[in-house]
Design a protein around this ligand. Structure first.
Ligand code: ATP
Length: 314
């Protein structure tokens, strides 16, 4: 089994207690571990896979809390750095339909420093780049670029999820797209939401969007569509793999559970880098990953509601 290195942000989600509250009215918040690539690392280890997280938290109680959560979930945290800057915080409100609203208070996650020694550990393994905050600048963006180059030189399976957040990029969507392009160019797997696929390709139609993104270099493309399942595109084949019907209460982390479960399955393969040519296998893996995403929506919180193998197999 290959180890999956997940790089990007680890932060506190302060979740507004009462559903339907907008953030301006929220009074009580519950502290939860969050950050898409960190959620992905937990999703992989929860299923029995091997994952390591590369990121930075503060030397404060929130940083300690986050490390404890990842370690409790079996994630290798030996590459997590601590900084004197406060741990990054996100304030989240949930609407009644389970959708979210975010405010970020950015701190230590952007302080990650590149360590050239890490590259040796990549050999024979896999890497997942989750980009919600990583492309916003600072040392993290530099480290991210270096680790990407290292992954290329080690010829390992590369997964990329741009995690576009409109409120972080404001009127700079074009800049965001430009920064994603090098990662898409060499990625074996790209996971997008519909909005991201349309934004990056400049095409509304999903088939056309994927075909444009393949031309940019991406081999396997999975566009997650919430309750409508996942659009999969690879090696000239496309299909919408249906979702598993559930009653969602909180969609936080569904995409992370999905990509985590997909990466977990890919990590069992002898030669993950050739997966794009096996469409029937990919389709099967996406159906299983859809189940992981669906299960995650049936409970509150991202990491807490990630399935283990038992939940996935029942
Ligand atoms: P996020 O960014 O919120 O983590 P996302 O937008 O990347 O999520 P979604 O499309 O919401 O990802 O969800 C990922 C997968 O989880 C979907 O492809 C689907 O299989 C499953 N899923 C999500 N919402 C539902 C739902 N309401 N019912 C059934 N399955 C769902």
């Amino acid at each position: 089994m290959k180890k999956v290195f997940c790089i990007g942000e680890l932060l506190i989600d302060f979740v507004a207690e009462k559903q339907g509250n907008d953030l301006s009215k929220a009074v009580e918040f519950t502290k939860k571990a969050g950050g898409a690539p960190a959620n992905v690392s937990c999703a992989i280890s929860r299923l029995g896979g091997q994952s390591a997280f590369i990121g930075c938290v503060g030397h404060d109680p929130f940083g300690k809390f986050l490390l404890d959560v990842l370690i409790d979930n079996g994630v290798d945290c030996s590459l997590v750095q601590r900084s004197d800057t406060f741990t990054t915080l996100a304030f989240v409100s949930l609407a009644e339909d389970g959708e979210r609203d975010f405010v970020f208070s950015r701190g230590a996650d952007m302080e990650l420093q590149y360590d050239p020694e890490v590259k040796k550990e990549f050999k024979g393994n896999m890497i997942h780049f989750g980009a919600a905050t990583a492309l916003l600048g600072g040392p993290l963006e530099k480290a991210y670029g270096h680790y990407y180059f290292d992954a290329l030189t080690q010829d390992i399976f590369i997964s990329f999820d741009p995690n576009y957040r409109g409120d972080l990029w404001k009127n700079k969507a074009e800049k965001f797209v430009m920064k994603c392009l090098p990662y898409i160019e060499k990625a074996h797997l790209c996971k997008f939401s519909l909005e991201e696929a349309q934004l990056i390709s400049g095409k509304d139609d999903l088939e056309e969007a994927c075909s444009a993104i393949h031309e940019m270099g991406a081999r396997i493309i999975a566009v997650t569509l919430g309750k409508d399942g996942t659009f999969l595109s690879s090696s000239g084949h496309t299909i919408t793999v249906p979702s598993v019907p559930v009653t969602p209460v909180d969609t936080t982390g569904a995409g992370d559970a999905f990509i985590g479960c997909l990466l977990f399955q890919i990590s069992q393969l002898e030669k993950p880098t050739t997966l794009s040519q096996d469409f029937p296998l990919l389709q099967k893996m996406v159906a299983t990953a859809n189940k992981a995403g669906a299960i995650t929506t049936t409970n509150y919180g991202a990491i807490e509601s990630l399935p283990d193998l038992n939940a996935l197999n029942t």
